[in-house]
Design a protein around this ligand. Sequence first.
Ligand SMILES: *Cc1c(COP(=O)(O)O)cnc(C)c1O
Length: 221
Amino acid sequence: MSAPVDPAAVAANVAAARRRIERAGGAGVEIVAVTKTFGADAVLAAAAAGCDGIGESYAQEVAAKWRELAGRQLPALHFIGRLQTNKVRSLVPHVASYDTVDREALAAEIARRAPGARVMVQVSPAGEPDKGGCPAADVPRLVERASALGLTVVGLLAVGPTEGGPEAARPGFRRVRALADELGIATCSMGMTDDLEVAVEEGATQVRLGSALFGPRPHRH
Ligand SMILES: *Cc1c(COP(=O)(O)O)cnc(C)c1O
């Protein structure tokens, strides 16, 4: 885990991120603070700074951190990483929203372990297989299957392409917003530190910010 975070710096960074979002026309867009690789202190700093949610990507980290955070009043925890079915069980006590559902087997395991849970379907707008995500064409069926399993599908999540800068993410984000509208889904979780403006312009309702709030992450995985 990385160095301790300074709560005052995090509060200033959250305020700066809110200004970026507003300048992009996104009044009311929620900030999910991505605390992966940072310690429990980052979660507490994000909560104190008024972030709307906390995002974690690694199941083992969640178990360890949330043990340390037991009894605290915290924003909703979103799981935003690649999720193997055998990890779902360990997340159930902590996670409020499973945002990377990209296949029916995973939806089924979440429905079995956490009946009625809130989920998002992760869309792979650019078809980059290494990032996970369901091909856009298959999303309507997955949404229908997840709902039939009793899950509450609240949103779609998308990660922009690694290459090409923020503008490269625009067409994919636009496609994901259109898909959400077609399906009557309100929440679009798209946009990270480098492409949040583009995501907000294209209709994100939630951005996931890590390095903008906590600084660079030590390399991992
Ligand atoms: C790490 C991560 C983020 C945050 O990335 P930053 O560029 O640090 O803001 C957002 N979404 C997902 C899915 C991530 O894995």
